[in-house]
Design a protein around this ligand. Structure first.
Ligand SMILES: *[C@@H]1O[C@H](CO)[C@@H](O)[C@H](O)[C@H]1NC(C)=O
Ligand SMILES: *[C@@H]1O[C@H](CO)[C@@H](O)[C@H](O)[C@H]1NC(C)=O
Ligand SMILES: *[C@@H]1O[C@H](CO)[C@@H](O)[C@H](O)[C@H]1NC(C)=O
Ligand SMILES: *[C@@H]1O[C@H](CO)[C@@H](O)[C@H](O)[C@H]1NC(C)=O
Length: 208
């Protein structure tokens, strides 16, 4: 083979290895279409998705997230019907009951199930009391914030998004609970951490 052709193949090989290396390292996130992007919020149309959920009758966001995430962590570390380790995904969602919701409404912590399972992941060990949930395609209003999501800021961030949506006359589907999405493990540097508030919405344009 000619030197030029060999060089071409060599660089193609490096490029493919480099790309697939990055794909292997990338954490899988649920897929969406961006419908609207403003300075302080976005509207996203999420594809159908599967989540594994843990219901916690905790008294605060911090406590409930810790307890719920601990159970989900056991599942991905082998407490499942296949006794297999399962790759990390993001985000982890926590439903926070709103102050106006009926009392007794629990916090629910969820992790995203990779699409490679086609909606049929290994079953969680029964003692973990986890549930597999299917979500229909859904329009979600999103507000980003950095640092650590915790009891000191989650309600303020939720209220800020609710206020924005009310100003824009965007319909909130369910005012009983709002979701906090955590993207990074707790060991990651504070300044670059990504969190979001998610609220199900409808009545925007033709797709939402
Ligand atoms: C079950 O575990 C085996 C071995 O680790 C793995 O190859 C297989 O993909 C797993 N199946 C599921 C549904 O996770
Ligand atoms: C948001 O929408 C999804 C999909 O329709 C649904 O399963 C979920 O319960 C909703 N969450 C809230 C907090 O309303
Ligand atoms: C947090 O997760 C987001 C989304 O996956 C990523 O873009 C960001 O770099 C992560 N931040 C850190 C500090 O790892
Ligand atoms: C986090 O990262 C920023 C910018 O990269 C850096 O200035 C800061 O010292 C880091 N903080 C910690 C706690 O590591």
């Amino acid at each position: 083979m000619e030197t030029a052709a060999l060089h071409f193949l060599y660089y193609l090989f490096i490029a493919v290895c480099w790309c697939s290396g990055n794909i292997l390292q990338a954490i899988e996130l649920p897929k969406y279409t961006l419908i609207l992007s403003e300075s302080d919020f976005q509207i996203r149309l999420y594809d159908e998705s599967t989540w594994l959920s843990s219901r916690v009758s905790g008294t605060s966001f911090d406590q409930s997230y810790r307890i719920g995430f601990q159970r989900l962590y056991q599942y991905i570390h082998g407490a499942n019907s296949n006794s297999s380790k399962i790759a990390f995904t993001a985000p982890a969602l926590t439903s926070v009951p709103s102050s106006s919701s009926p009392s007794g409404n629990a916090y629910i912590v969820r992790i995203f199930i990779s699409t490679r399972f086609h909606g049929k992941p290994p079953l969680p060990n029964p003692e973990l009391k986890l549930r597999i949930e299917k979500w229909k395609s859904q329009c979600i209003a999103v507000r980003k914030f950095s640092g650590y999501a915790n009891d000191d800021n989650v309600n303020k961030e939720i209220e800020a998004l609710v206020t924005t949506l009310n100003k824009q006359s965007i319909t909130i589907q369910d005012t009983n609970s709002y979701i906090i999405a955590n993207y990074n493990s707790s060991s990651h540097n504070t300044t670059q951490r990504l969190n979001e508030v998610w609220i199900n919405v409808s009545g925007i344009g033709t797709q939402c």
